[in-house]
Design a protein around this ligand. Structure first.
Ligand SMILES: [Cu+2]
Length: 68
């Protein structure tokens, strides 16, 4: 199990966090997605075949690019 946090400047409210949760949990291998609009951070627990590169790619696609 991998666990990684991402900072996402485009998060402005709880709905943003919900959208991200919905998108990421559709990916096979993603276990949990926690997010906090106050800190603009999401924390993802994932297993293979998911990689952090894949998560970053999806975040980009859905309009919530992670800060690097
Ligand atoms: Cu929002």
């Amino acid at each position: 199990m991998n666990k990684q946090s991402f900072t996402i400047p485009n998060i402005s409210c709880g709905h943003c966090v919900m959208s991200i949760k919905n998108e990421l949990t559709e990916i096979a291998g993603v276990r949990t997605v926690e997010g906090d609009p106050a800190t603009k951070q999401i924390t993802v627990e994932f297993d293979t075949p998911v990689t952090s590169e894949k998560i970053i790619e999806i975040l980009q696609e859905i309009g919530y690019p992670a800060e690097t």
